[in-house]
Design a protein around this ligand. Structure first.
Ligand code: NAP
Length: 298
């Protein structure tokens, strides 16, 4: 399939590589040039603008940092919208707000193109291995057409709704649960550490009993080992997502007191200069609040 790919960051780069490896013709664009040089060496076609990445493509992924980044690549003669052919599909994989997904759906409908939301669960290592979980929302025929693309980047594709924005809500809600798990793991590790229990032993008890999900194993290990850098998913992006879930919840008149607390914990992390650490560093905040040194200067 002819595919465009916009955004070659920690997630987008390995996803584009998977698409290439699966035999698709991939045209790549990144705001800062040079990031996709190895992809081009492997056969990807470089595009100077988002419009050029979209031209001739049946489907174009965006895997960009946030709402502002997606809004930056859409408009104008060089923008994604101008490059998309009638009936072509915008596969929006970035974790963006429900409100922006709703706006994008209207913009595409008016322009004769189609929005599919396809946010993902999984970190850069899962993206490189084609082991992401893809959560999709959009019109059935477009979802069916793009299935080979989802299969190239992910181990499983979920379809949650004909409405694209519903997939974004599911993704944000899932990230809220991940953050709540990290926060509670961080508090639990702080407590046992202060009592002198070895964090590795505690991790073994947790993951050998009732807390066996990937989220416990992944983040429990990072917290037990004080391993917050390099970040798979930095605190700054975590704060973005928790704010987005709070905005969606406020619009729906659903209180999320735990999300409010986690927002403040992440903010505290940023205030201490930890914005580039993995959001597992919520455990560092919990340790600091308990008066624990962790070998890292606070
Ligand atoms: P990243 O490494 O920071 O990459 C961000 C990408 O967005 C880069 O290509 C960057 O271009 C581009 N960008 C940022 N602002 C832009 C702007 N104003 N105009 C055009 N391009 C812009 O982020 P990531 O980790 O790949 O995450 C991408 C998305 O996936 C985010 O929405 C994130 O929440 C979501 N996500 C991340 C993970 C994870 O574990 N990392 C997991 C699941 C979902 P430059 O190279 O020019 O800066």
């Amino acid at each position: 399939m002819k595919v465009g790919f916009i955004g070659l960051g920690h997630m987008g780069h390995p996803m584009a590589a998977r698409l290439l490896g699966a035999g698709h013709r991939v045209t790549v664009y990144n705001r800062s040039p040079g990031r996709g040089a190895d992809l081009v060496a492997a056969g990807a076609i470089p595009a100077p603008t988002p419009a050029a990445a979209a031209r001739d493509a049946e489907a174009v992924f965006t895997m960009l940092a946030d709402d502002a980044a997606v809004e930056a690549v859409m408009p104008g003669a060089d923008g994604l919208l101008a490059g998309l052919a009638a009936g072509a599909i915008h596969l929006s994989s970035s974790t963006i707000s429900v409100a922006l997904a709703e706006r994008l759906e209207t913009v595409h409908r008016d322009a004769g193109s189609v929005l599919v939301s396809a946010p993902v669960f999984g970190r850069p290592d899962a993206a490189a291995a084609g082991r992401l979980f893809v959560v999709t929302g959009g019109p059935g025929p477009a979802l069916a057409h793009c299935r080979p693309l989802f299969e190239a980047v992910g181990q499983h594709t979920f379809t949650v709704s004909g409405q694209p924005a519903a997939a974004n809500l599911v993704k944000l809600t899932g990230n809220f649960l991940i953050a709540a798990t990290i926060e509670s793991l961080g508090e639990a590790f702080a407590l046992v550490r202060k009592a002198g229990v070895d964090p590795g032993d505690f991790l073994e008890v947790l993951t050998g009993t009732l807390f066996t999900a990937p989220v416990h194993r992944t983040y429990g290990t990072l917290i037990a080992e004080d391993r917050f850098s390099p970040a798979g998913f930095p605190m700054g992006l975590g704060l973005k997502d928790v704010k987005l879930v709070l905005a969606a919840a406020e619009a729906a008149r659903v209180p999320l007191p735990m999300a409010s607390l986690i927002r403040d914990q992440l903010l505290s992390g940023l205030a201490r200069g930890h914005g580039d650490l993995d959001w597992a560093a919520l455990g560092l905040i919990a340790a600091g609040n308990a008066g624990l040194g962790t070998g890292r200067s606070e």
